[in-house]
Design a protein around this ligand. Sequence first.
Ligand SMILES: [Zn+2]
Ligand SMILES: [Zn+2]
Length: 343
Amino acid sequence: MRAARMHRYGERLVVEDVPTPTPGPGQVLIEVGGAGFCHSDIHVIDGEIRILPRLPLILGHENAGRVAARGAGVSSVNDGDAVAVFGGWGCGRCDYCVTGHEQLCETPQWAGLSVYDGGYAEFLLVPHERYLVKTTLDPVIAAPLTDAALTPYRAIKKSLPFLEPDHTALVIGLGGLGQYGLKLLKVLAACPVIVVDVQEEKLRIARDLGAEHVFSAADAELLAKIRAVTAGRGVNAAFDFVGSDVTLALAVAATRSLGKVSQIGLAGGATRMKVLENTRFEVQFEATLWGTIKELREVIALVESGALTPIPIERAPLEQINDVYARLKRGEVRGRAVITPAA
Ligand SMILES: [Zn+2]
Ligand SMILES: [Zn+2]
């Protein structure tokens, strides 16, 4: 099969022929119809996040496609079934796994980020059928739901107790995950949303998607303007889809007492929180990791019902994967770029 493999940190992916995997007992082989190119993969390829236990490795943790072959004992899917693939694979036995939080497993085996190859290839070997969610959606739409929608969904669902109708939410960064974050806030919460981004184009998208207030990240009066539209109080829940020093500092400073800051983006930033200095009392901080299998089912149900509409998708063949990397890094992808290995 054709696959895009990462051989070394800091180098381009290599599109080459590799053996097609054969599913063992309990495993399922998926023909990859869509593999979303995630911003996290840029951090991995560039060597900023060095978590890969082996190289070369096929990256790609946002996958959907059709069941191509089944190992012995697989009973919940049939050949040809269209599925979205949950990517937060775990051991299945630790406390996190047995309570449904498999993405938080003590020994994670995530698709395309562990010993297991990911979906930037014609076929993807999935270690267990429980990771498959059947769907009527086009795999190019379904693939980004498994991360770009699932991760903001979990962050927002866990922050809903902080978002009453007279409260305000803050979204920082309107890339693929931020756009799903804004859309999900509009579906799940009844409060106004402030969006901050560096690009004018992204602020225009935010207005189109119903954000009540949009501010440029370059605005010197940014924090004062956020306070002004929240009657001087600040926001009740901030969602940082960037995760840089600057954006984390903004999220903390903008959040009012009893509020919550959720970090979703992994740009490598850090911030300190000191009460009576840069943060209010009883502010909670949480770095969200992905979502659960059940939450993926919920996200897919939201899109299948029409309640949640997909973000813009750009399709790209496997051979163009390094161009996709470069365009995403330059901020030129409008919603999500999805690789289509089996097209
Ligand atoms: Zn991702
Ligand atoms: Zn586990």
